[in-house]
Write a protein that binds this ligand. Structure first.
Ligand SMILES: *Cc1c(COP(=O)(O)O)cnc(C)c1O
Length: 449
């Protein structure tokens, strides 16, 4: 009889070795503390920190251009950044609903309201397009690092870029970011969309002249197709969400800017003032890049947790089993079907898993129903409207302060006594571009739950 092995082992053996997998494949919500968590973040090499600073400077060079062509960034002088807010009313609501008290104070990072494309992908995705454009322009002698980058809006640049194409595979938001900026700069852009991608995202891109290809299969397939089609065309640049260092660096820039925002709110992060950060995770690139930047910036005083849907915990499975990208959620019998479209990814990024997996404090899974409930309560208490994926972080503070795994983490890292001085930062990853009537449906659904 043929038995189906997963990474060389039977399912029964996996369940013996990692008992938490039993709940994970049920699936019911789990909270996993990372046994490999390594407090060596101060050991992030100087060269890597310099790469992040280099990315930050590149975004500054492009700021005059962005302010010119995307007027919504003019107010911030062309810097694509989002608000950091204290959300006391939502905290009170969560405490009432769960009959708990949260010692740390709740903050939200509103990447849901990032200009240009309204999601965390406006960090990495736009950065990589800009970097690619800069590389081409320098190679053709059109620009120098010290020039004013407003020049990128000129017809000479657009004519040049029209001879090049960019391709990407996406569940929706990455395609949106890359499509909007790529098309604005003059590139021919093709976005390979997974079956989860929302119709309105495809329509919006087509209206901007982007070529949208649709697949009946999931995200990994869309990426694979995009990669192989792009490989056949030497003028085509493939933005590889599963492997790209540039995407990663674009996300990582968030951390130094967050430090300034925290200072603006008079919030300290140090050995007596911990910062806990909760990031919704799909393939791992966005949350991985941000978390890596945070570890480079705040070292051991920041604690990062990833949140995934119960049906799509690809990063958690990859880290827990040590199989990284050689395992998919489907291998463990999950179907990768979730209403959190931005997180509907069945196989994690190898690059991110290996690069920062050991810097991650833990991962948890969350049911779709709970996402809608948070969506409703956040809208009512704070008048903030996020898409379902973007709410996955809200469960984190509740788990950290009440779940046995969370309590154990606090104890092990001597955080119990200083929790009261600390902050829970929920990374709100998307929502501002969602059409009004669709957001209304989300909200109503959350109201019914
Ligand atoms: C893409 C996305 C994420 C997760 O980013 P990954 O790089 O796929 O891990 C989280 N939230 C939203 C809204 C997203 O679009």
């Amino acid at each position: 009889m043929k038995t189906n092995l997963i990474g060389g082992k039977s399912l029964e053996q996996w369940l013996v070795d990692y008992p938490l997998l039993k709940d994970l494949i049920e699936p019911i919500e789990i909270f996993w503390g990372n046994p490999q968590y390594d407090k060596s973040s101060c050991g992030i090499p100087i060269s890597e920190k310099e790469d992040i600073q280099d990315a930050s400077r590149r975004l500054e060079r492009f700021a005059p251009y962005l302010a010119e062509v995307f007027p919504e960034t003019a107010e911030s002088n062309g810097i694509i950044e989002s608000p950091l807010l204290s959300i006391q009313a939502m905290q009170k609501r969560m405490e009432e609903l769960e009959s708990i008290e949260l010692k740390g104070k709740l903050l939200i990072k509103c990447d849901s309201h990032l200009p240009i494309s309204g999601s965390i992908k406006a960090r990495g995705g736009i950065y990589e397009v800009l970097k690619h454009a800069e590389d081409i322009a320098i190679k053709h002698g059109l620009i120098d690092l010290t020039d004013n980058y407003k020049a990128f809006d000129g017809s000479d640049f657009k004519d040049l870029f029209s001879q090049y194409s960019i391709a990407v595979g996406s569940t929706g938001n990455l395609g949106l970011s890359i499509g909007i900026v790529g098309a604005q700069m003059g590139f021919k852009v093709t976005v390979h969309m997974s079956s989860d991608a929302k119709q309105w995202k495809k329509n919006l891109l087509r209206n901007k002249g982007v070529n949208v290809k649709e697949y009946a299969s999931d995200y990994s397939k869309a990426v694979e197709e995009g990669r192989s089609q792009a490989a056949a065309d030497p003028t085509c640049y493939f933005i590889d969400d599963e492997n790209s260092k540039d995407l990663f660096l674009g996300y990582a820039v968030a951390a130094s800017r967050l430090r300034k925002q925290l200072e603006g709110l008079k919030i300290t992060v140090d050995e007596n003032h911990p910062l806990f950060v909760y990031l919704p995770c799909g393939v791992g690139g966005g949350p991985g890049g941000v978390a890596y930047g945070l570890k480079a910036e705040f070292g051991d005083h920041v604690h990062c947790f990833f949140a995934e849907p119960t049906q799509s915990p690809c990063f958690l499975i990859g880290q827990m089993t040590g199989l990284y990208d050689s395992v998919s959620v489907q291998d463990f019998g999950l179907d990768n079907k979730t209403e959190a479209d931005g997180l509907a990814v069945g196989r994690p990024s190898r690059f991110v898993g290996r690069k920062m997996g050991h810097l991650l404090s833990g991962c948890y899974t969350i049911e779709d129903q709970r996402l809608y409930s948070f969506l409703h309560h956040l809208a009512v208490t704070e008048n903030l409207y996020l898409e379902p994926s973007a709410l996955a972080g809200f469960y984190g503070p509740i788990l950290l302060e009440n779940h046995p795994v969370g309590l154990n983490y606090l104890k092990e890292h001597n955080l119990e006594g200083i929790l009261r001085n600390g902050h829970h930062l929920i990374w709100g990853t998307g929502g501002n571009m969602v059409p009004h009537e669709i957001m209304e449906e989300y909200f109503n659904k959350g109201t019914r739950i």
